[in-house]
Design a protein around this ligand. Structure first.
Ligand SMILES: O=C1O[C@H](CS(=O)(=O)O)[C@@H](O)[C@H](O)[C@H]1O
Length: 296
């Protein structure tokens, strides 16, 4: 498809990730993992502020009681609205030098799900975790890059991917207990020997239950039906789109983060806004991201 994607902000992120729309603030938050920054953008006013952090932030959610819950390299933290540290909620259970937190999202009740990345990609030592009032619990192990978390509109399906396996999984999800079971393959993407196929990165779901994924190394975003059929794809002016989130007053703007870090020089010359935030207007609105509820 040739729908128009707009450049929203030429943020030049090393590794832009985790777009989160705040309907209350009509603002988009996102992180630059390698730049160790938390960004806030009001698309209407173009007001853009940046909070510098002292370590990599892989993901975060907005808290019901103000501030953020965030997956920093050292652990899961409660951060105040200005980014200052309130308390560490749980240490990173993996080897900090090689594994950091990556993609994360809240479930419909406001529990925080977040996974890690095994950066050297040497031993599939990463995992997927749930953080709620009971603490940090491992949901899945043996991963390389935990990614793609999203929940269906009725909360009964959880989506998750392991990027280097080119696989998006679906689970039955029990929202009462926060338990995921019956993992199966939702979509199996194929490595393209010539390059440009792309690996499934961050995801989001629309109100029709369709799953959207950014394709890292593929320069595209895709929309899949609830049964895993590829419905549409859209070219992004960046080789490494990293994650998607719906926002805007009508929840029909798909915001897309992207990366510059490690991209080939010729690609950056061709796609100079790599690392920026792009948007696509969609016909179907997205499911809003629940706030993190410390009592869930
Ligand atoms: O560091 C990251 O890298 C991955 C891509 S992959 O593991 O190299 O396949 C990217 O998807 C991820 O989101 C990012 O944090």
């Amino acid at each position: 498809m040739t729908e128009r994607l707009d450049l929203v902000l030429d943020s030049q992120c090393a590794l832009g990730e985790c777009p989160v729309w705040s309907p209350r603030e009509t603002a988009l938050y996102f992180v630059d993992i390698k730049g160790m920054k938390l960004h806030r953008l009001e698309p209407e006013t173009k007001r853009h502020t940046v909070i510098a952090l002292s370590e990599e932030i892989g993901c975060f959610a907005i808290r019901k009681d103000g501030g953020f819950i965030a997956g920093l390299r050292s652990g899961v933290w409660h951060l105040a609205a200005d980014g200052s540290r309130v308390a560490m909620l749980a240490p990173n259970p993996e080897h900090h030098a090689t594994n950091r937190f990556n993609d994360g999202r809240t479930d419909p009740r406001g529990r925080f799900f977040l996974g890690t990345i095994d950066e050297p990609k040497a031993g599939a030592t990463a995992g997927l975790y749930r953080f709620d009032k009971r603490g940090l619990a491992q949901i899945e192990g043996g991963l390389t890059t935990s990614n793609g978390l999203a929940f269906s509109p009725d909360g009964r399906v959880m989506y998750h991917s392991d990027t280097p396996r080119f696989t998006i999984y679906a689970y039955d999800y029990d929202v009462e207990t926060g338990t995921a079971s019956n993992r199966r393959i939702f979509a199996q993407l194929q490595p393209n020997p010539g390059g440009g196929g792309g690996r499934p990165d961050g995801g989001a779901v629309d109100v029709e239950g369709c799953y959207w994924t950014a394709l890292y190394d593929g320069g595209r975003v895709q929309r899949y039906s609830p049964t895993g059929e590829l419905l549409a794809e859209y070219q992004v002016p960046a080789g490494a789109p990293t994650m998607v989130a719906f926002g805007g007053a009508d929840m029909k703007t798909l915001y897309i983060t992207s990366a510059r870090d490690g991209r080939p020089a010729d690609e950056l010359a061709r796609l100079p806004h790599s690392g920026g935030i792009f948007s696509l207007r969609t016909k179907v609105p997205g499911v809003p991201e629940p706030l993190f509820d410390p009592e869930a």
